[in-house]
Design a protein around this ligand. Structure first.
Ligand code: P76
Ligand code: ZN
Length: 275
């Protein structure tokens, strides 16, 4: 497939869900074969599995002393739009803004600015079926001509079991918001996380329903959001993924274990290009 960048700069501003700090991301068009990079305080952080520094309640990248937290919803948008060359400058707080908790703001700002470049990029493909496991959770990948991502959730509260499969339609996942369970909020806040969390950017789920007055955007919004997270984490590979993925109760940590395993098994010459 052809490499892609954006036609012009894009600015997006808001607060970080974990730090609560205001930040601005500026996405800059970039040259062929440069890949997706974050840029902060003079340091480039290439998007690849080696630069993952955290997977607890968000996916965080870092290099040297610079960290960019909560990259997954922006990375999901770049993956869905197959934007392969872009520099994401992060100004102010060290976190990608959470916006409304979904990828919608990123998607609407970027979708009409995508341009194809001359050079090709090989998608990352698994050569065989395999699984990674973490407690009761597992993720299985298998070769396929299409990109398909399924999430099977066993959720608490009133949500229960739900599953969703992405088959290429961005609108199926870009509106799905991040979520948490009311009983977990205190614990999360005690760990110094979720400082920017509110009903403006998170679906807060209780035993009998959601606290958000507007309710759910889809009845399976949590499963769709988990699919979005997984699409974002798969882009840590640094190139679009081609194949089928099924996650049973996975999260960022297991997604990252999967990415490392795909990276290890991948015979693609991609990495010589991006060192
Ligand atoms: N999010 C993950 C995710 O989407 N990753 O990409 C996740 O685990 N979060 C994000 C939201 C955080 C908790 C951790 C959060 C959000 C809101 C609040 C606290 C923590 C709150 C609140 C509140 C307080 C008082 C009144 C009303 C609301 C998962 C989904 O994979
Ligand atoms: Zn998420």
């Amino acid at each position: 497939m052809r490499q892609r960048t954006i036609k012009e700069k894009v600015r997006i501003e808001g607060i970080g869900i974990h730090t609560g700090e205001r930040s601005r991301v500026v996405l800059h068009p970039s040259e062929e074969n440069t890949g997706v990079l974050f840029y902060r305080n003079g340091t480039y952080i290439p998007v690849n599995p080696e630069n993952v520094v955290g997977t607890f309640l968000s996916t965080d990248l870092g290099s040297g002393s610079e960290v960019v937290k909560t990259v997954e919803h922006l990375l999901a948008t770049l993956h869905i739009l197959k934007i392969t060359n872009v520099v994401v400058e992060v100004i102010g707080g060290c976190e990608v803004p959470i916006m409304d908790g979904s990828a919608y703001a990123f998607y609407t700002k970027l979708k009409d600015l995508v341009v194809e470049q001359e050079e090709e990029i090989e998608p990352v493909e698994p050569s065989e079926t395999f699984r990674v496991n973490f407690g009761e959770a597992w993720i299985e990948v298998s070769p396929s001509e299409s990109f398909e991502v399924t999430y099977e959730g066993v959720f608490k509260g009133f949500v229960g079991n739900q599953s969703f499969t992405f088959r290429g339609n961005p609108e199926d996942v870009v509106l799905a918001r991040t979520f948490c369970f009311d009983e977990d909020i205190e614990l999360i806040k005690n760990k110094g996380l979720g400082k920017g969390g509110s009903l403006e950017n998170t679906l807060v789920i209780g035993r009998n329903g959601v606290y958000n007055r507007e309710g759910l955007r889809y009845e399976d919004e949590p499963a769709r959001h988990k699919v979005l997270d997984l699409i974002g984490d798969l882009y840590l590979l640094g190139a679009p993924f081609k194949g089928r993925v099924v996650s049973h109760r996975g999260g960022h940590t297991l997604n990252y274990m999967l990415v490392r395993e795909i990276y290890k098994r991948s015979k693609s010459g991609l990495w010589s290009l991006r060192g």
